[in-house]
Ligand binder design. Structure first.
Ligand code: NAD
Length: 511
């Protein structure tokens, strides 16, 4: 396997790196230095300077100037540039995927999968650039034409979380670029180098096309930078991905200035397993959903609601499957589970297990912190299975770690009630071969989540659908379908080509 330096060289990121990148090569962040360490083996990935106040102002001004040029480029031509961005991600897929794995700790397959998701959303955005459709409608007045059209917003602020260091940015940025906006991206302070690599790739494409590089701006910093963005009315839209705690704060700040926000926040996702489930597909679906990315996906399966008739048999199979999990370096493809992002996350994992046991839960597998060779960072844990009851308050919280709570149900209405009885509303699934059960789950009386799946797990969404959730998950939608509308402003236009001035609703006004 390559060293970090070799990966950075492949990404042309070697040497000193700016904390900011607005297209001005000689511009360095002037704030404090930020070090990024890999949770995999503890190695230093690099150091980068955060932005200070002056830098922040410069980034916003550069993005504003770039947005004015970008909005005048016809949408299909913007799409052509996004197509080239997708090709550039194809070229750098391997080193970028490796960097994501090293910096965040997810498996190499998932790191590469994240880059593939970026490529996919570029392809989607290219098509979208010819489909930013408005409607036309018949006016009530003679010789009048009514239509609605969509215009770019200006500069979009993107705040992203550590667990998808690059894909979630690209969902926002590529759609936003096609829509004619410039973007300012504040990545997680835990994964700055994955962001720097993306920015470098994008900047080259913008440069080759002779469009202002400020169309894509990066700003490295802590939450204070995110707060500045949320309060900044020069950013008409803030798309923020992260914890519900963060979303509540950002939502309030953006709301106070009557800006727009897309909030993509925490989940507490459940799978219902009916007695009519095909366990051959249910078991891998559950295990991947619960332990994939070491339980650090917003769509991770955190609760399993199992029909009482198959509960014991399913529990036994799960304990067996958990016993076979290999935990270690995520870049070694024989391992199933990599590290948590840092030792703080490990502490939260331990605290949640302790609290679950205090509340009456029974730990039946895992729940340990691994030490010693191959696990020296202290970030590796054995995924936990806990028998629980839905009344335990800990099961209603999102602990961002691999803990799966097992619960029993006796009829589907009860299972759906348990599934919905949490503050979050991101992803949900049912395993059943009974068509009536599946349809009830998908009906208005069924799952209250933004994502509802049948016979697949809760994680692993495709970019073609709108992604997001309800309740404390924030209500935002990103990625496919018509999510693009949030990145534009709608304008209703009425044009009078008659020789009269009739008023709507038949109102007369004679002079
Ligand atoms: P986090 O909330 O700690 O941080 C996310 C981002 O918000 C970071 O860039 C951080 O600097 C910034 N931030 C934090 N507080 C802020 C504030 N008050 N104002 C402005 N910016 C602020 O989240 P995390 O630990 O990086 O990520 C894990 C969380 O993200 C989980 O809850 C997970 O479910 C959620 N998540 C949700 C989705 C989704 O699409 N629904 C996707 C990925 C992650």
């Amino acid at each position: 396997m390559e060293t970090i330096n070799e990966i950075l060289i492949a990404l042309k990121l070697e040497g000193s790196i700016n904390g900011l990148s607005t297209g001005l090569e000689d511009w360095k962040g002037q704030g404090p230095s930020l070090s990024s360490y890999s949770p995999v083996g503890g190695e230093l990935i690099g150091e980068v300077n955060e932005a200070n106040e002056e830098d922040y102002e410069k980034v916003i001004a550069t993005a504003q100037e770039a947005a004015k040029v970008w909005r005048d480029i016809p949408a299909p031509q913007r799409g052509e540039i996004v197509r080239q961005m997708g090709n550039a991600f194809r070229t750098y897929k391997e080193p970028l995927g490796k960097l994501v794995s090293l910096e965040m700790g997810k498996s190499l397959q998932e790191g590469l999968g994240e880059v593939q998701e970026m490529i996919d959303i570029c392809d989607f955005a290219v098509g979208l650039s010819r489909q930013l459709y408005g409607l036309s409608m018949h006016s009530e007045r003679p010789s009048h034409r009514m239509l609605e059209q969509w215009h770019p917003l200006g500069v979009v602020g993107i705040i992203s979380a550590f667990n998808f260091p690059v894909a979630v940015w690209s969902w926002n940025a590529m759609i936003s670029f096609a829509c004619g906006n410039a973007c300012v991206w504040k990545p997680s302070e835990k994964t700055p180098f994955s962001a720097l690599a993306c920015q470098k790739i994008i900047k080259n494409v913008l440069k080759e096309n002779k469009v202002p590089e400020g169309v894509s701006c990066l700003i490295i910093g802590q939450r204070a930078i995110g707060e500045k963005m949320a309060n900044d009315s020069r950013l008409p839209l803030i798309s923020a991905t992260g914890s519900t705690r963060m979303g509540k704060a950002v939502g309030e700040m953006v709301g106070k200035r009557l800006g727009k926000s897309i909030l993509e926040l925490g989940g507490n996702n459940a799978i219902i397993v009916s007695k009519e489930a095909d366990l051959k597909i249910a078991i891998p679906g559950i295990v991947f959903g619960a332990v994939g990315t070491a339980g650090q996906r917003c769509t991770t399966t955190r609760r399993l609601i199992v029909h009482e008739d198959i509960y014991d048999a399913l529990k036994e199979k799960l304990v067996k499957a958990y016993g076979q999990l290999r935990i270690g370096n995520p870049l070694d493809e024989s391992n199933h589970v990599g590290p948590l992002i840092d030792t703080d996350a490990v502490k939260q994992f331990e605290a949640a297990i302790e609290e679950a046991q205090y509340q009456g839960g029974k730990l039946i597998s895992g729940g340990k912190v691994l030490k010693g060779e191959g696990h020296a960072t202290g970030c590796y844990v054995t995924p936990a299975l806990i028998e629980a009851s839905s009344s335990m308050s800990i099961t209603k919280q999102e602990t961002f770690a691999p803990i799966l709570y097992l619960m029993k149900y006796s009829n589907l209405e009860e299972a759906i009630t348990i599934q919905n009885d949490v503050p979050q509303g991101l992803s949900s699934a049912i395993f059943t071969l009974n068509m009536r059960e599946a349809e009830l789950f998908l009906s208005q009386k069924g799952s209250d989540c933004g994502i509802a799946n049948v016979n697949i797990g809760t994680s692993g969404a495709e970019i073609g659908g709108a992604f997001g959730g309800e309740k404390e998950t924030g209500g935002g939608r990103e990625s496919g379908s018509d999510a693009w509308k949030a990145y534009m402003r709608r304008q209703t236009c009425t044009s009078n080509w008659s020789t009269e001035l009739p008023l709507a609703q038949g109102i007369t006004f004679d002079l």
